[in-house]
Design a protein around this ligand. Structure first.
Ligand code: NAP
Length: 294
């Protein structure tokens, strides 16, 4: 299968490319500034229709994983024009190219399309984002849905794994590093998520793509808990000192953008449709431990 990945230098895109390589797929790894770790590197700026159509011309993809985005929550709030250009217009360009080339498109969306007032959101629940990142994802979802391309909107939540991407860490790696250094740190106890192990997510994404599932699907971890609860579980699982964790509130963090209080995702549709099920956090952390040397 010919695959094109946008954002292949990112946390998720890199894992998708790695997995595709291991399956023997022909993988074109789109990147903007950071060289992708796997696949055939292809310079690709999603904000440029020419760059996107040139990438499609070279890759001739059967399947496109569109993961490229401005993902920083505060960054999107502060750099709104850029967030619109990449997350919204970039998605328009990719969806249009997918339609023209009849490629099947998997668009990565986010739990931040929800306002977080309830939690355990199902695919058809009302979207009502509280920050600009969430707003760009709502617009992008709508563009994909009306594009005429065969597509899946895959929403995920708080991805973690053993690999730092683009020189940036992820929450789990950061927490493990801090705990190993015996450094106390604050973690919010009033924000709830469904942390998602990157390798589990990738397997679910590939199965959904192989089956050409369409519509919207929540692909996330099976365990809902607070960020503090997540850090506590990491400490316990890695045999590290959980007393270094200082429970805090979102108000104390000085973040620019508002965060939804509970953006956890209900993954029962994925559980029903896929052989690769959303993983419980205890299992994900066990696998993560096997990946990270003592
Ligand atoms: N991480 C999470 O917890 C999470 C949660 C929910 C949803 N998601 C969604 O999942 C997807 C992947 O997230 P991630 O955390 O893996 O992202 P990430 O690590 O922040 O990587 C973002 C990627 O986007 C690329 N990019 C940025 N601007 C671009 C442009 N103009 N043209 C082409 N590529 C561009 C970057 O390329 P360069 O590095 O080469 O510049 C990078 O490869 C995103 O759509 C995100 O919204 C993520």
């Amino acid at each position: 299968m010919n695959l094109l990945i946008t954002g292949a230098s990112g946390l998720l895109g890199g894992r998708i490319a790695e997995h595709a390589d291991s399956r023997g797929d022909s993988v074109f790894s789109g990147y903007l500034a950071h060289h992708p770790p796997f696949g055939y590197p292809l310079k690709l700026d999603v904000t440029s229709p020419q760059s996107v159509s040139e990438a499609f011309r070279r890759a001739r993809p059967d399947v496109v994983f569109h993961t490229a985005a401005i993902t920083g929550v505060d960054r999107c709030e502060l750099e709104r024009d850029l967030a619109v250009q990449v997350n919204v217009e970039g998605t328009r360009n990719v969806a249009e190219a997918a339609r023209v080339s009849r490629a099947y498109l998997v668009f990565l969306s986010s739990d931040y399309v929800f306002d977080g007032s309830r939690g355990l959101y199902k695919e058809d629940d009302e979207r009502n984002p509280v920050n600009f990142l969430g707003k760009t994802k709502v617009l992008a979802e709508d563009i994909v849905r009306s594009s005429g391309a065969r597509h899946l909107v895959a929403r995920t939540s708080f991805i973690f794994g053993s690999r730092a991407a683009r020189g940036e860490t992820n929450f789990a790696l950061w927490a493990i590093r801090k705990l190993k250094a015996h450094a106390p740190f604050r973690v919010v106890a009033d924000q709830f998520i469904t942390p998602t192990y990157d390798r589990n997510l990738v397997r679910m994404l590939f199965e959904a793509a192989d089956k050409r599932l369409e519509g919207t699907l929540h692909l996330a971890g099976a365990t809902r808990l607070s960020k503090y609860g997540f850090a506590f579980s990491i400490a316990k699982s890695f045999g590290l000192d959980w007393e270094l964790l200082i429970p805090s509130s979102m108000d104390e963090m000085g973040w620019v953008a508002e965060r939804p209080v509970d953006s956890s995702l209900d993954t029962s549709r994925a559980r029903a449709l896929l052989e690769n099920k959303p993983m419980e956090l205890s299992e994900s952390l066990k696998r993560l431990r096997d990946e990270i040397p003592e």
